[in-house]
Design a binder for this molecule. Structure first.
Ligand code: CU
Length: 650
């Protein structure tokens, strides 16, 4: 409640409709102003993060429309003057800093501003220019610099306390062509981002630039195939969803969307209306980190392993879909409001896309005696965003289906990370994709944090797999197999790998709610394609991203445990995040469960992935498993022949 010394200024902060609404531009400006006015930072401080400080779960669940809200922001600051990192919680209602902490040794994520400033500074650096001249480069306007994260290998330079980035370089052959076709191999400029100047140049050897262009944009394609006729998705009466602020209602689903600089799209408070009863499934879901470890041990390549959420902030790199969206039909966009490191409002127009799509058939049966056919179209609600992180694109899609399924999918595309080799050379750690152009093997490993709420707050989790019965009197013909469920009682028991050969899934149950068959209601986590991480257990990257060691982790909810790699993975030596969260091996029975699902896309490059990579899909599903009494999609109306599920035929 506001105190008499700190009255609420009603004009300062327009009231949001819900406690989970992301900060508005006005709120972001107020936060920046309050931090500046506090006099606690120098003029050289950067705002690394300005985002909603989510209220306690209890307050959110008990919130009723119109009730007063205590709006707070989480802020991370970096003072370039002395390299110190600060965390703050700013109360917008009280217009005060409620919490302030210096975080010794923390190196916050690299901001978008630093990307641009680093490139600019490097191009002017005489040592960097000299290294490029050695390679015949004289036009520095065509130089592209991508600041990769430095990582931490426990080597002498890694414990300097400096804020470093490894700037890798490519050469365009003309303005607007694909520079990633010409990597400047074996040259790394390590830049001190606090001073924004070169810390050291690592010049391993001079390798010629690959000879070929690798262009894909329309201006370079001489002839397009001519036999394509249009497919048009028409929703003449508009979409079936309703949007109120950041809440979306679609058929029986209700959910809320949020957006943070680190995670991008966040899905909040997912419920399903089951015959008038609003039944929760998820409290909060997001991609909480990802790592792309590269598999080449060469001195130039071994440090490549980008943590795109934790070291950079994938939300900051979200595309404005105003510039091109891959969705068809009636689309509703949402803007994302973030802050630049200089404390200005940074709005990504149309960052989140909401639409419906036809997804084949939902269910079908023909009674072959009567020739009566019943078939329903599967329509799903899609909430997505796409991030461009340097050379790569990641599309993140949440799908909600009429049969109660939730699916998460990542679409990987964009341009592969490349290296150059001498004519005739190759390497066992990657693939040649064009003459003298090499793409190293790598994996894209994602961790999705799922704060579950299956029909209520307290859930338990079972590992479920199939087993064949032994041959014997009970199984004389060798056909008997069963599904076996094992309760996972502690965090250590819940550290699991996928096992597709045993059809392993995980069942999240609510023991306080039984279905009509007497079983606890449940949702099932069903893995999609997955792979193990091929880094050695003892590697520093594995220590820094311990989530890669297992596909499933389960923890009891704790408000401070939000990221699989910890709060500050940039240049961190390892041991934070999940590795630390599970250290006490806490019990996980009948409590608020958080699932951390790891999934990996293994990328051994193909020539066909060059110059721009056709989309690769990876994901998982949450399927109702005794949550409903029967197929909940019997009431989906039949489609009119030749049309997609119009419901009524009016
Ligand atoms: Cu890849």
């Amino acid at each position: 409640m506001p105190s008499p010394e700190h009255p609420v200024d009603p004009k300062a902060v327009p009231p949001p409709a819900h406690p989970l609404e992301p900060l508005s531009p006005v709120e972001i400006r107020s936060v920046v102003e309050l931090v500046r006015q506090s006099g606690r930072i120098s003029g050289k401080a950067r705002f690394i993060v300005v985002t909603l400080h989510e209220p306690p779960k209890k307050d959110v669940l008990e919130f009723r429309p119109g009730a007063a809200l205590d709006r707070e922001a989480s802020v991370v600051l970096l003072d370039n003057a002395d390299g110190a990192t600060y965390e703050a919680v700013v109360s917008l209602n009280r217009r005060e800093i409620r919490h302030w902490k210096h975080v010794p040794g923390a190196q916050p994520s690299i901001t978008l501003d630093e990307f641009f400033e680093c490139e600019e500074a490097l191009k002017k650096d005489p040592g960097f220019q000299a290294a490029l001249r050695k390679r015949g480069v004289t036009n520095f306007d065509l130089v592209m610099v991508d600041p990769w994260s430095e990582g931490n290998y426990g080597l002498p330079g890694d414990v300097s306390g400096l804020r470093l980035t490894r700037a890798l370089t490519w050469m365009r052959s003309e303005s607007g062509d694909n520079g990633y076709a010409r990597p400047v191999e074996a040259l790394v400029a390590v830049v001190d981002l606090n001073r924004m100047r070169v810390h050291r140049i690592e010049d391993h050897e001079v390798i010629p630039l690959p000879p070929e262009a690798g262009n894909y944009s329309r201006k370079y394609i001489k002839e397009f195939r001519a036999d394509l006729k249009p497919i048009e998705v028409v929703q003449s009466r508009g979409p079936s969803f309703v949007v109120e602020g950041t809440q979306i209602r679609w058929q029986k689903w209700k959910l809320r969307i949020g957006f943070t600089p680190r995670e991008g799209l966040v899905i909040h408070q997912v419920t399903y209306d089951d015959a008038g009863r609003e039944r929760p499934v998820l409290y909060r879901a997001s991609l909480c980190d990802m790592v792309v470890p590269y598999g080449d041990p060469h001195p130039y390549h071994f440090r490549k392993n980008a943590f795109d959420c934790g070291e950079f902030g994938i939300g900051l790199f979200a595309d404005s879909l105003a510039l091109g969206c891959d969705c068809l039909g009636e689309i509703r966009y949402f803007d994302a409001h973030l802050a630049t490191s200089r404390g200005e409002v940074y709005t990504i127009k149309n960052a989140i896309c909401l639409h419906e799509e036809d997804y084949g058939i939902l269910w079908k049966h023909m009674d072959w005696r009567t020739n009566e056919t019943e078939v329903r179209r599967n329509r799903r609600l899609v909430v997505s965003f796409i991030a461009t992180v340097g050379n790569y694109e990641y599309g993140f899609y949440w799908y909600f289906q009429q049969d109660g399924q939730i699916q998460f999918e990542v679409k990987l595309t964009g341009i592969m990370h490349t290296g150059a080799l001498r004519p005739g050379e190759s390497r066992p750690y990657g693939r040649m994709v064009a003459p003298q152009l090499y793409a190293p093997n790598h994996q894209h490993i994602f961790n999705v944090r799922l704060d579950m709420m299956v029909d209520g707050m307290n859930n338990s989790i079972y590992e479920v797999h199939n087993e064949s019965d032994p041959l014997g009197p009970g199984n004389p013909h060798g056909n008997a197999f069963r599904s076996r469920a094992t309760l996972l009682r502690t965090e250590s028991q819940a550290q699991q790998l996928v096992d597709p050969l045993a059809a392993r899934t995980w069942r999240i149950v609510n023991n306080a709610r039984l279905n009509r068959l007497g079983d606890p209601v449940a949702y099932r986590l069903v893995p999609g394609d997955n792979v193990r991480c091929f880094l050695h257990e003892s590697s520093t990257v594995m220590k820094r991203a311990a989530f890669m060691r297992r596909h499933l982790w389960v923890t009891p909810y704790h408000p401070d445990e939000r990221y699989a790699t910890g709060d500050y993975p940039n240049q961190h030596p390892g041991g934070a995040g999940l590795a630390a969260y599970v250290r006490d091996d806490r019990p996980i029975e009948d409590t608020n469960l958080v699932l951390w699902y790891t999934m990996g896309a293994n990328h051994v490059p193909r020539p066909e992935d060059w110059p721009v990579m056709p989309v690769v899909h990876i994901g998982f599903m949450l399927k109702p498993d005794g949550f409903f009494e029967r197929n909940p999609a019997l009431d989906v109306p039949p489609a009119t022949p030749g049309h997609c599920c119009d419901g009524d035929k009016g």
